[in-house]
Write a protein that binds this ligand. Structure first.
Ligand SMILES: [Fe+2]
Ligand SMILES: [Fe+2]
Length: 187
């Protein structure tokens, strides 16, 4: 099989998400030092996490990979599947909270900075851990369970997830992650 395995695709997406999580850590430091942060940057981070992080990435995991593993006998309750699904839900709530806190921050509401910090810290704590569990536990386990045919079928389903979101959406948000990386991480 010369084509990328589905888990290779997910790992590559993790590397993109990590760039944005790194930017969150920079923003946390700035906020903790009492500095102002760039509103457009915050909006871009929330939008990236909503579309790329959740729709493109969690979409492939939750709609396709996890159910397939369930069919292959992996328990859907407890560790690892339900724990990872729960973390996706937490991530979704934090991203929603980040978008809301950004709106309040733009309006210069009183507690906006505090709420911004809380959501960013939540995300920056959640994601490295979540990604580690998938890269080092879930994906090796997946490749032990799936045969070549399963891998091929899963790859086709991943392509369908991307098609449903929109043909250029994935690349558009990869470019956005590059911009976020340049803006916050390379100074
Ligand atoms: Fe995940
Ligand atoms: Fe993931």
């Amino acid at each position: 099989m010369t084509e990328k395995k589905p888990t290779d695709i997910l790992e590559e997406e993790h590397r993109v998400i990590e760039k944005v999580v790194k930017a969150m850590s920079i923003l946390i430091k700035k906020l903790e030092m009492g500095k102002d942060v760039n509103i457009e940057g915050l909006q871009n981070i929330a939008e990236f996490m909503r579309v790329f992080g959740d729709k493109c990435h969690h979409g492939k995991e939750e709609k396709e990979l996890f159910p397939l593993l369930g069919e292959k006998g992996v328990p859907m309750q407890g560790c690892p599947i339900s724990a990872l699904t729960y973390e996706h839900e937490m991530g979704r709530k934090l991203v929603k909270g980040l978008a809301e806190a950004t709106v309040s921050y733009e309006k210069k509401s009183k507690s906006a900075k505090e709420s911004l910090l809380k959501q960013l810290q939540g995300l920056a704590n959640l994601y490295p851990n979540h990604i580690w569990k998938e890269d080092y536990l879930l994906f090796p386990m997946t490749n032990k369970i799936l045969n070549d045919k399963d891998q091929e079928e899963l790859g086709i389903k991943f392509k369908k997830v991307e098609e449903e979101i929109g043909p250029d959406t994935h690349h558009k948000y990869e470019r956005l992650a590059e911009e976020i990386d340049k803006k916050f991480n390379q100074v």
